[in-house]
Design a protein around this ligand. Sequence first.
Ligand code: GUN
Length: 299
Amino acid sequence: MAAVILDGKKLSIKIRESVKTKAALLKEKGVTPCLAVVLVGDDPASLSYVKSKEKALADAGMESLDIKLPQETSEEALLAVIEDLNKNDKVHGILVQSPVPKHINEETVNSAVAPEKDVDCFHPVSVGNMVLERPGFLPCTPHGILMLLNEYNVKTSGAHAVIIGRSNIVGKPLANLLIRRNYNATVTICHTGTENLAKHTLQADILMAAAGKPCFIKPEMVKEGAAVIDVGINRVPDISAQKGYRVCGDVDPSVEQKAGYFTPVPGGVGPMTIAMLLSNVIEAAAAFAAKSACTAAYT
Ligand code: GUN
């Protein structure tokens, strides 16, 4: 039996409609939600992601401040740009597209963004708040995946979730959210040091692939009926394609025949990441509006 498709595109449209309504309400209060999008260098995949994010912001009636910096930008210069954005009251969220060039320390950059504008949830304070279940932003891709599981009633409580990949953006935060009591999953994280990967993946009720390896997960690695979440967005050279490449996930498309639930690539996790980013920008702008109203009342 073919899998139920977890349609991230469809759910993301619903979320983006609600974001649009909230943006309009904030605008009525004089606050237009605005995300600063910083891109260093001209990596084609990053350029394309940044464009999608900016289009989504415009569609939702939000603003973006587009900052493109050359590849050779120094870390010091990038930190100065971030500092200006931190102080800019018109900017409610700041996103520095990852990866940054190798001569720039990504951790230093992530730590420079003011936590109240850290809509990516990359700052150590944001990560700490997330792990401790304190109020704050949730990381976009993991949050988007959980929204998708919830929308299609995929049971997480008591389920064994196996995550492939230990990145700061996906694997680590996803594991942390899944063990919260409201999701209540048992989590295994596999990585490049894992021996006999298939032994682990075959035990997964929910298998989440975030390894950055095209078509890496094959049907023989998946338990019949499992929910398979593909976080990969890989560009694979393809001379028959108009752009010279095609996009594929970390999961071989033939896995769909064995899975119970399956996220397509494109149209699965990708659109959910953008929807949750917009949602975080709204949260940041709403917090700013509330703070400004308070300050106005007491001055
Ligand atoms: N690069 C890949 N995914 C992301 C993301 O969610 N945020 C940022 N800033 N960069 C990325």
